[in-house]
Design a protein around this ligand. Structure first.
Ligand code: MN
Ligand code: MN
Length: 463
């Protein structure tokens, strides 16, 4: 197979890539996968993977970590707690946000977030630059310079006060992204429609959390996804639509792709497994997110969109806020729906929820699970050493026990959020051992590695 001295061999597992599955040994040297075959020669460390699946570590390209929101609220998770939680859930690489606020220099923002991740993250990571201020030298100097350093993803909000960008600014950003070879990701919802509905509901005294869903009507997403696809078509810039939640949103992306528009799109587990009626349950602030959960018909459309390649990625949109005055209830426990923080934890549950639905329940194949959760996200964001079990790739590997089962409890995750929105949900198939660049970081439900060992992964130029 190879003359190279191996550091570690993962022996006898069922190795799954985006294109195939076979029983094989995986040899690791210098933190990279250096051989895949049968009966690999000896190594200092042998990991017995008999009866286990050997999968690429998950790549979660949409998560909020140690971030200050547009409303000025700090996430509950630091890089230490978020990356730990991700690792326990079989994820070995995150892309979170370097969030600019109006008045900030983009280069300072990115430097600050890089320093936080360098200190806290146990796994590798990259950033999307949230652009909220294109003035001064931001768009003319900082952003092109940062793109050249491998920060090749930009995130734009079409709604939310303070951070949202108008059409003119969005087109300016898309033009720079096209010129410099960056990808532009969108939270795409029509701001006017959300503000109109929010004011109407509040005026009618409809302030309870359940009215959050009505305040983000599906037409808001539909309109904004279509507009952003048209802008991509006009500028030629590559775009990514975050958290598609509606059948019509999927159809717009599908038709844009058929026209040759360079658009990709993702969705998240809560749109696949929860519906809007979850906001009628006890303590509904736990489940508030934007866009809101929709209907069973929308869920079916999202699954169909995986099957024909319209949606390529599943991310967590991990947005951690505690159920107290530090987070969800920063404006008081009786806050109207529009003053309760949006988001829920998802880094640790994303892969088990998707594995259970796709593999254990037989909806799709192991290879498709790997594509949606690891190889496609890595490819979409130019992280060419991540997301596959193949020679030359980083040895970011999760060993899964397909028979292990767990019913989620009220607060059984390794983040700092204090609740699990999936309480009572049973998943079959769980990661048991996790390696990052060949180093065992999780084994037998223990974290073995130190915070701060994670590295920033530069995104490669898109061809
Ligand atoms: Mn969003
Ligand atoms: Mn988000």
């Amino acid at each position: 197979m190879t003359d190279q001295q191996l550091d570690t061999i993962i022996r006898g597992g069922t190795v799954v890539t985006s294109t195939g599955t076979r029983v094989a040994d995986v040899g690791i040297a210098g933190g990279r996968i250096s051989a895949i075959g049968t009966n690999l020669a000896d190594a200092a460390n042998i990991i017995d993977a008999t009866g286990l699946l050997v999968l690429p570590g998950g790549v979660d390209t949409h998560c909020h970590i140690e971030q200050v929101s547009g409303a000025g609220l700090m996430n509950a998770d630091t890089f230490e707690t978020a990356a730990r939680s991700a690792a326990f859930g079989g994820t070995t690489c995150t892309v979170s946000f370097a969030a600019q606020h109006p008045g900030n220099r983009m280069r300072d923002v990115v430097a600050d977030y890089e320093a936080l991740a360098q200190k806290g993250a146990v796994i590798d990571h990259a950033f999307h630059m949230i652009v909220a201020d294109t003035s001064g030298e931001n768009l003319s100097h900082d952003i092109p310079a940062l793109i050249a350093q491998g920060h090749r993803s930009i995130k734009i909000f079409t709604t939310y006060d303070k951070v949202r960008q108008d059409d003119h600014a969005i087109l300016d950003i898309l033009a720079v992204a096209k010129r410099e070879g960056a990808l532009v990701c969108f939270h795409a919802e029509n701001d006017g429609l959300i503000r109109h509905m929010t004011a109407k509901l509040l005026a009618e005294g409809k302030t309870a959390p359940k009215y959050h869903a009505a305040s983000h009507p599906r037409e808001a997403e539909i309109e904004a996804i279509d507009r952003m696809c048209r802008f991509a078509e006009f500028t030629g810039a590559r775009i990514m639509i975050f958290h598609v939640s509606t059948r019509e949103g999927v159809e717009i992306v599908r038709r844009a792709r058929q026209r040759g528009v360079p658009v990709e799109a993702e969705t998240c587990p809560h749109y696949l497994f929860q519906t809007a009626d979850i906001l009628e349950s006890d303590n509904p602030a736990r489940f508030m997110c934007s866009p809101p959960q929709r209907t069973e018909d929308d869920q079916e459309a999202l699954w169909e969109a995986f099957d024909d390649g319209t949606l390529q990625l599943v991310t967590s949109d991990h947005a951690p806020y505690r159920m107290d005055e530090s987070g969800k209830f920063a404006n008081g426990t009786d806050s109207p729906f529009n003053r309760i923080a949006n988001g829920m934890p998802g880094l640790e549950v994303r892969l088990p929820l998707m594995f259970d639905a796709m593999v254990s329940k037989g909806r799709s194949s192991l290879e498709e699970f790997v594509q949606l959760t690891a190889s496609n996200p890595a490819r979409a964001f130019g992280m060419s050493d991540k997301g596959e079990i193949a020679e030359g790739y980083d040895a970011d590997i999760a060993l899964w026990d397909p028979k292990a089962s767990h019913t989620y409890g009220a607060d059984d995750l390794h983040d700092n959020v204090g609740y699990n929105p999936w309480e009572g949900t049973t998943v079959t198939g769980l990661p048991v051992t996790v390696l990052s660049r060949g180093e065992m970081i999780i084994q037998d439900e223990h974290l073995l590695a130190e915070a701060g060992r994670g590295r920033r992964i530069p995104m490669k130029a898109f061809s």
